[in-house]
Design a protein around this ligand. Structure first.
Ligand code: ADQ
Length: 469
């Protein structure tokens, strides 16, 4: 990553993942890339500690780990309920994944979201020096840039959205949508995973706010912001190393032994309604119905650790999936074969790498997904001489780059079923050719490429403000 002569980097995100020795867990790749950028430029990673305190004090807990300084604050219970569980997880997350049927619009959530962002701004402001580059992550913090501007912050501030941007007519259902988008014009640069999400943003800005678009700049009145489609990648090198390591080899062996000669189809997702898990199970069931001769030749391993358990919708989807897996297993299982192995646990990156490698098919079928890193991890973990086949939803951001996967409509059980059959029958030469093309992309457009592109664009987003002599 190119070091700038211009000052430090301040990364701000809801949660902060301090690098602790080897990286593992859900934030692995992203944490590695941001930590590398912070080491390169110097600076601070600021966010919520994940802890609750009785009263917000703004007291910062600084830590230094492997060359990265993290700065975290505790939030009040009401902040957590309204800002995090409320507005972020119950309002914005479903809306931005096209699920207005699940989105909850409550004034208290919106108020708590605004208040918490103001608190973050006031707390982090004194840490910012005039030359620092500020990079804000994700939908928890849309208004943070505007709040920093109110406090006199003239630094370059960039914002990256990790989830999709919804179509304008859906976004228009959100009370206060215009104010939310208007605040985004206080940034210097807005990053999205795909051209599609970027265009959806422009669509709202043009039709609801009278914006004009000139090249990569959106303008409303005298305010403008630069736009960038910048697809996130994984740490491909680290992932390839992980899949060659002892842990991965052990878990690969364990899976192959337990598969007993059958072909494994794997799904790995946070348990979330956006991931299309029910539709995936139904598509797999369709395959079992349409291809009875294949029944005992395959099985589906679905790994789905629960997330956001305090939100009712997440409890409902968990129940519904348990019911569906139970019914399918009850209907088709035999004494020596179970069609779905459904596991609600998290695994380390190394173990996952071995599991991916043992799977003949990676089944990644979100209904909407900003990017989807599992698709890229599955590709990175394959054996080059005998790779598996990726089946990928057309509605994942990753589909814009991964055209050599079998792209399917996740709402269609028939398309899922046909793709499974096609993947199982695919000749080795075709599997290798598709995998090679996918792997080239995963290696070239990795997470460092993503971070470097964003930071380089941010540095160029507007001329540097000269300090008075
Ligand atoms: P997520 O919705 O969390 O991320 P995704 O991109 O698939 O989705 O990343 C999930 C990560 O969690 C992967 O690295 C995966 O390995 C890991 N993971 C999943 N199940 C696991 C398990 N059982 N054990 C261990 N690890 C597991 C959000 C957006 C995405 C976007 C990313 C990054 O929703 O669209 O790709 O941010 O921008």
């Amino acid at each position: 990553m190119s070091r700038s002569s211009e000052g430090r980097l301040i990364v701000i995100s809801n949660r902060v993942s301090a690098p602790k020795g080897s990286t593992s867990g859900a934030q692995g790749g992203l944490a590695v890339a941001l930590a590398a950028a912070l080491r390169e430029n110097g600076g601070i990673w600021f966010g919520w500690s994940g802890e609750v305190t009785e009263q917000y004090t703004g007291q910062i807990d600084f830590q230094r780990n492997q060359g990265v300084t993290t700065a975290v604050v505790d939030l009040e219970e009401q902040d957590v309920e309204e800002y995090y569980e409320g507005y972020a997880n119950r309002t914005l997350w479903p809306l931005f994944h096209y699920r207005i049927d699940l989105a909850e619009y409550e004034r208290d959530f919106a108020g708590g979201y605004q208040r918490t962002n103001e608190r973050f701004a006031k707390t982090v402001r004194p840490l910012i020096e005039p030359d620092d580059l500020i990079w804000i992550q994700d939908y928890h913090m849309f208004p943070l840039g505007a709040e920093l501007r109110k406090l006199g912050c003239q630094n370059r501030i960039g914002f990256f959205l990790h989830i999709p941007w919804p179509p304008r007519r859906l976004l228009a259902t959100l009370p206060g949508a215009k104010a939310l988008v208007e605040a985004m014009f206080d940034y210097d640069l807005l990053g999205f995973h795909t051209q599609e999400w970027l265009e959806s943003f422009c669509d709202f800005a043009i039709h609801e706010m009278g914006a004009t678009i000139e090249g990569d700049v959106a303008r409303v009145g005298d305010r403008c912001v630069r736009l960038l489609a910048d697809p996130i990648g994984i740490d491909a090198k680290e992932f390839a190393q992980a899949s060659a390591g002892v842990q991965a080899r052990l878990s690969y062996r364990r899976m192959r032994d337990s598969a007993d000669g059958r072909d494994m189809i794997v799904g790995v997702d946070r348990l979330d309604y956006s991931k299309g898990l029910e539709e995936r199970f139904s598509g797999y069931e369709r395959f079992l119905i349409e291809h009875p001769e294949e029944r005992k030749e395959v099985f589906l391993l679905q790994i789905a650790p629960p997330s956001r358990v305090s939100v009712e919708t997440y409890r409902r989807i968990r129940n519904s999936l348990e019911g569906l897996a139970g019914r399918i297993n009850g209907e088709y299982a035999d004494v020596d074969w179970v069609p779905i192995r459904y596991v609600n646990q998290g695994y380390s990156r190394d173990v996952l790498a071995g599991i991916y490698r043992a799977a003949k098919i990676g089944l990644v079928t979100p209904l909407r997904d900003g990017m989807n890193l599992v698709a890229k991890e599955y590709v990175a973990a394959q054996n080059p001489e005998d790779p598996g086949v990726l089946i990928l939803s057309r509605f994942a951001g990753a589909a814009e780059q991964m055209k050599d996967a079998l792209l399917i409509n996740p709402y269609s059980a028939e398309e899922i079923s046909d793709a499974i059959q096609q993947a199982l029958r695919m000749p080795k030469e075709e599997r290798i050719a598709r995998w090679q093309a996918l792997m080239d992309g995963v290696q070239k457009e990795d997470v460092t490429w993503w971070a470097t592109r964003f930071l380089d664009s941010l540095r160029q987003a507007r001329p540097r403000i000269e300090e008075p002599a």
